[in-house]
Every structure is written in C-alpha cells, then in structure tokens.
Design a protein around this ligand. Sequence first.
Ligand SMILES: N[C@@H](CCC(=O)N[C@@H](CS)C(=O)NCC(=O)O)C(=O)O
Length: 304
Amino acid sequence: MAEIILHHFDSSPFAEKVRLALGLKNLDWRSVEIPMVMPKPALTALTGGYRKTPVMQIGADIYCDTQRIAVELERRFPLPTLFPWHSEALSMALSQWSDSAFFQPGAGLSMGTNTALPEDILRDRREFFNFLDFATLEEQLPHLYSQFCAQLQLVEGMLDDGRLYLTGDQAGWADILAYFPIWMCRGNIANAGELLQDLPALQAWEQRMRTCGHGRCTKLAADEALAIARNSHSVAVPAVERTAWPRLAENTRVSVTPQDYGAVPVLGQLLCLSHAEVAIRREDPLAGEVVVHFPRRGYIVEAA
Ligand SMILES: N[C@@H](CCC(=O)N[C@@H](CS)C(=O)NCC(=O)O)C(=O)O
C-alpha cells in the first residue's frame, strides 16, 4: 500500500487530531509541512482549492477534513480501532460539537489572547474564521471564556465517574475530539493553566492522551508528494448511492464546498456519493489525475 502522507503544520489543532490517531494506530507516515497561510500552491494542486489543514494523501487519493481522514484510517488500518464500543456514529455526531461549540470559542480566545501570533497569520485568519467578529474580539473575550469553560466542564463530567477514556478503557476518536481544543488552549490561550485548574478528571485524562504519541513520521518534500500523486492510481471504487442527495449520476461535473469557513468550491467529476462521503475525480497539471474525498456531513454538493 502507498504511504500515508500528512500535509500539515505543527501548531495546527486539527492536524493534532490526525497525528494522535496515527499514534493510537502506531502507524508510519510521511510529513509534508505546509504554509500556515495562503497561498499553498502544492496543497491546492492536490485538493483542487481546499486549503484547510490537515489533508491526508495516500497515492493519488486525497482526503480532506479530519472527519473523512479518521474514517479512512480506520478502513485501511482497522486495529487498534479508533471507535471502541461501536462508537463510530457517536463520534461523528460528537465532531459537530467539538469542531464548533468547543473549538470556535477556543479559536477566538487564541486569536484574542495570544500576543505572539505573527501579523500575517492574524490577517489571514481574520478573513478565514468567519465565525469570529474580529472588530469586537476584545469585548467578546468574557463571553468566549464562558463558552469555552462550559465545554471544559462537560469534558470533566464525561470522565468524573473514574473511567479512563470517554467510551471506556480504550482511547479513541471521541477522546481525540474532546482533547484537541484543550491541546489548542494549552498552546495558545494566555491563561490556560487557570482555565484548566480544578478539573481533576480532565487533567488526569489529558496526561493519558499525551501518551498516545504520533506514530513514526519522516519528512517528505511537497514536490515529492506531488510526484507520488502523479505516479499513482486512485484506489477509490465508483459508487453513487441511489438514496444519496442530491440525486446525481456518476461522472456529473460537481462542486464540493465546505458549509462553514474556508468555503472554496472544489470542482470535478462525481465518483462516490453516499450519506457519509463524497469523492470527485479531477486532473491537475502538477498532481495528475487524483480523487479528492470529503465527508458528506458539512459539505455542499452541487452540479457545476
Ligand atoms: N473541518 C476541517 C477544519 C480544519 C481547520 O479549520 N483547520 C484550520 C487549522 S487547525 C485551518 O485550516 N486553518 C487555516 C489554514 O491552515 O490555512 C477538519 O476537520 O479538518
């Protein structure tokens, strides 16, 4: 099987989710460091315009969004599972909570209290994070603290019966979802220690989560990743499910666009469509013929 290539940067909290999943599964992978701000020409050659971090590549298959990446890692490397106790559907539902109710106030606090953030990142994220009103960020800090701390209390409540992990005695994707905004908080929010004190079950679990590690990674240059895509064939099997919306036939030209921020449409020929996934085939001068995969939840699919 072709190698797992993760396109990411160290300080990305969403990339940390995938690095931890690679750690839980004890996998070998290649690391391509991408720019933290636009432009990202090598990345968007692979994705067709999707710019978010991280993106996973395996040969000529390009997986966008941590939700889709987790499912693919599980499909290709089932053991140890990311979904102990039949927790896949529960975890997918939980990702809506952690990506918005938990992550978004955390991102606001990171932007509003981390004085070390370089100006080019602030400028880029002002455009990108459309869920934050940067003009009034200072005034919103008390509200953002209230929302972030309310979610921390929920995590404490998920763990305070003495269990080791969210779904029992084995770490999984549900834990990673609850953990990544806390990881971001430690790295970015000025008074993280104060926010996280008096949460004993959360703190003990946080220590356990740190021991998941990141698997074994070696660096790869972006142009080598592009050459791997050009010289590979996708392993995606065409499958457009009859009951999936919108009702489109295989090979229809479509656009796939994130419903939230960073809403850049990616164009291609429809290859797979279900209630869970959408995949499109596209040609790129640098990447060759690739198949770009997205989760179905949270993405707009339209005939183009
Ligand atoms: N729904 C996406 C969200 C990814 C996301 O928002 N990533 C942030 C970084 S942690 C991002 O893309 N920031 C802007 C960038 O990297 O260009 C996922 O689950 O992968």
